[in-house]
Design a protein. Structure first.
Length: 311
C-alpha cells in the first residue's frame, strides 16, 4: 500500500476535527485522472461539510476540499485529453474525497488546462467560486451589457469574481461589503460600494436588473424591493420565501454550482487575457488546514484562502 499525506475528518465539529495523517494514495479508475495536488482551494462548503451540516455529504472518514490545481500523475482507461505532466485544475466530485491531500482523483471530463499566466496557488482559488459567479450571472441571470447588478458579499470568494465578470460583461456593478472589503471591491472595478454595516442598501438601490445574493437571510428579504419588475435574484445560499416572486413580480433562482470544463476553459482564457484575476489573501500549508478553516470563518477576509501542498 502506497501512503500519502492528507487531512481527513473522522467526526463532525470545529477545526480541530481536521487531522493531518497518512492515508492510502488513490488510483484513477476509467475516465479519471490522478492529480499530484499543488494547491487546494478552501471554501465555506468545506467547513459546512466539516460541521456535518451538508446533508448530501455525510460520510466518514472524508478528505475535504474540492477545488484542485496540480499536475497529472497518471490517467485511467479511456482518457485521451490529458497526459502525465499536464497542468490542470477543476472542481472534484463531492461524492468522492477532496484535495486536502498530496494526490486526488478527478473526473477527466470536469478538468481544464491551468491558465498559463498564474501559479498553482492562484489557480486553486478558481474552480467553485469562479464557476459560481459565472453560472449565477450568465447561465441563470443572463446578465447583459448595460444592466445593473447588485452583488451582496462582493469582497468574498464568489463575490470578487462576480464583480470582475459583471464589469467584463459591461454591466453596472453595485457591491455590498464592509471593513477592508470596501476599498478592495472598489479596486476590483465596482461602480458603487455600499458598507452594509452602516448603510441600508435598500435605501440606496432601485430598479436593479439582477441581485446576486451570496448572504441570504435578512439581506435577501430586503432585496426583492430593489429589483425592477421582471428582474431576477439568484442566491447561492437559500430562497427564504418561495412566494415572493409573485408578490413583487420578480424572478428567483437558487444556484447549485456544477462542474464545467468548458466554463473553466473560458475563465482561464479571461485570466490569460488579463481580464480576470483571482485574489488570494492567505496561503497555508496542508498541515495547517485547521488554521485555514479558522481564518475563512473569521470576518474581514477578502478573496480566497488556499492550501499550498507542493511547489
Ligand atoms: N449554491 C452553490 O452552488 C454555492 C457555490 C459557492 C458558494 N456558495 C455559498 O455562497 C456563500 C458565499 O460564498 P463565498 O465563498 O463567497 O464566501 P466568503 O468568501 O466567506 O464571502 C462572503 C463575504 O460576504 C461578506 N458579508 C458577510 N455578511 C454580509 C452582509 N450582510 N452583506 C454583504 N456582505 C456580507 C463577508 O465580508 P465581511 O468580511 O464583511 O464579513 C465575506 O467577504 C457561502 O455560503 C457559500 O457556501 C454556494
Amino acid at each position: 500500500m502506497t501512503l500519502m499525506k492528507a487531512v481527513r475528518i473522522h467526526s463532525y465539529g470545529g477545526p480541530d476535527v481536521l487531522v493531518h495523517e497518512d492515508v492510502q494514495k488513490p488510483e484513477p479508475a476509467q475516465g479519471e485522472l490522478l492529480v499530484a495536488v499543488h494547491a487546494a482551494g478552501v471554501n465555506p462548503f468545506d467547513w459546512k461539510v466539516r460541521t456535518g451540516s451538508v446533508k448530501g455529504v455525510r460520510r466518514l472518514p472524508l478528505i475535504p476540499g474540492w477545488d484542485v490545481a496540480g499536475t497529472v500523475e497518471s490517467v485511467g482507461a479511456e482518457v485521451s485529453r490529458f497526459k502525465p505532466g499536464d497542468a490542470v485544475f477543476g472542481l472534484l466530485s463531492v461524492v468522492k474525497d477532496g484535495a486536502y491531500a498530496e494526490y486526488a482523483v478527478a473526473k477527466a471530463k470536469n478538468m481544464a488546462f491551468k491558465p498559463r499566466s498564474i501559479d498553482f496557488v492562484h489557480t486553486a482559488a478558481l474552480p467553485v467560486s469562479a464557476l459560481a459567479a459565472w453560472q449565477s450571472l450568465f447561465d441563470l441571470a443572463d446578465l447583459s451589457s448595460g444592466q445593473t447588478v447588485l452583488i451582496h458579499g462582493a469582497s468574498g470568494g464568489v463575490g470578487h469574481y462576480a464583480v470582475q465578470l459583471a464589469k467584463w460583461k459591461g454591466a453596472r456593478v453595485i457591491g455590498t461589503t464592509s471593513g477592508g472589503g470596501i476599498d478592495f471591491v472598489r479596486d476590483l472595478g465596482a461602480d458603487e460600494v455600499i458598507d452594509f454595516r452602516n448603510v441600508r442598501f435598500d435605501d440606496r438601490v432601485r430598479d436593479a436588473d439582477v441581485v446576486l445574493d451570496l448572504i441570504g437571510g435578512e439581506t435577501q428579504k430586503r432585496s426583492w424591493q430593489v429589483l425592477r419588475k421582471g428582474g431576477i435574484l439568484v442566491s447561492s445560499v437559500e430562497i427564504t420565501s418561495p412566494d415572493t416572486d409573485a408578490r413583487y413580480d420578480v424572478r428567483q433562482k437558487l444556484l447549485m454550482v456544477h462542474p464545467s470544463a468548458d466554463e473553466l476553459t473560458r475563465i482561464a482564457a479571461l485570466i490569460d487575457e488579463g481580464k480576470l484575476r483571482p485574489v488570494v489573501s492567505r496561503v497555508f500549508s496542508l498541515a495547517d488546514a485547521r488554521k485555514a478553516h479558522e481564518f475563512i470563518q473569521s470576518t474581514d477576509m477578502q478573496g480566497k484562502a488556499v492550501l499550498k501542498i507542493r511547489d
